[in-house]
Design a protein around this ligand. Structure first.
Ligand SMILES: NC(=O)c1ccc[n+]([C@@H]2O[C@H](COP(=O)([O-])OP(=O)(O)OC[C@H]3O[C@@H](n4cnc5c(N)ncnc54)[C@H](O)[C@@H]3O)[C@@H](O)[C@H]2O)c1
Length: 248
């Protein structure tokens, strides 16, 4: 049903995991996708392994505001615009409430997950404004919806911030026909889950009606829908893809 032919999409944190799956699925629908990440080695590996897709790989640290600006400028001049931005880059952290350290964890988790989402959107905005059907899709988390089950408070706060940002930006950017939505995954099979102990994972599973981990494709499919022209009347939505761990 959905076609993204002639669309230019930028995905952050896309060297592996959900970001890479999202980039591949957007490209299968016809988009030209620029998969960005801070991890240069993983970018090179994924570029070598995914030559069959219409993907270009590019270095971008979402915490570096001047790099964000120059990377977005160069994407715009090389590809002729930006239609779709997926703010996916994220880190989990691991500290309990008692041991939470501002410098060692709190600031970094907020910087990547929340500030990164805002400043990459700001950097891409001049170009997305030029698109007929601009799309910003943020990857939040069930943690941002219900406080989380086992995730650190740094992550919960950052992902809750992404939910608020999504709603606020939906309001501010509607006059440009840019929709801003978020996908809020529950525990999904990627490397990030290595941040949880086996006990924590079992504890998470017991809250999920479907009693299993999500698959990256199940999150990517939600992103593809929100990226489509057919989703043009949907903005400010949190799309929960979490096995029934939280709804409404
Ligand atoms: N997998 C899950 O269970 C789950 C659940 C809810 C939300 N999420 C969210 O989904 C997103 C993707 O996570 P994932 O599960 O694929 O994990 P992952 O660890 O496999 O991938 C995260 C990617 O982000 C990149 N990254 C980290 N810091 C960055 C920075 N400063 N700039 C650019 N890229 C950076 C990493 O290099 C990595 O490639 C994250 O925002 C995460 O919080 C994941």
């Amino acid at each position: 049903m959905f076609s993204l032919t002639n669309k230019i999409a930028v995905v952050t944190g896309a060297a592996r995991g959900l970001g890479l799956t999202i980039a591949i699925e957007l490209s299968k629908l016809g988009a030209k996708v620029i998969a960005t990440d801070v991890d240069v080695n993983q970018l090179e590996k994924s570029a070598a392994e995914n030559k069959e897709y219409n993907l270009d790989f590019m270095e971008l640290d979402v915490t570096n505001v001047s790099d964000i600006k120059s990377v977005m400028e160069s994407i715009n001049s090389k590809y002729g615009g930006i239609d779709i931005l997926v703010n996916n880059a994220g880190i989990l952290g691991s500290m309990s409430i008692e041991e939470m350290d501002k410098e060692k964890e709190w600031d970094r988790v907020l910087e990547v997950n929340l500030s990164g989402t805002f400043f990459v959107s700001q950097g891409a905005l001049p170009y997305i404004k030029e698109s007929k059907n601009g799309r910003i899709i943020n990857i939040s988390s069930v943690s941002g919806r219900n406080g989380g089950f086992e995730s650190p408070m740094s992550y919960t706060a950052a992902k809750g911030g992404v939910v608020a940002l999504t709603r606020g930006m939906a309001r501010h950017l509607a006059p440009y026909n840019i929709t801003v939505n978020a996908v809020c995954p529950g525990a999904t099979e990627t490397e990030i889950l290595k941040g949880f102990t086996e006990e924590q994972l079992q504890s998470i599973l017991q809250y999920l009606l479907l009693n299993r981990l999500g698959k990256p494709i199940e999150v990517a499919a939600a992103v593809c829908y929100l990226a489509s022209d057919e989703a043009g009347f949907v903005t400010g939505l949190m799309l929960d893809v979490n096995g029934g761990g939280y709804f409404g």
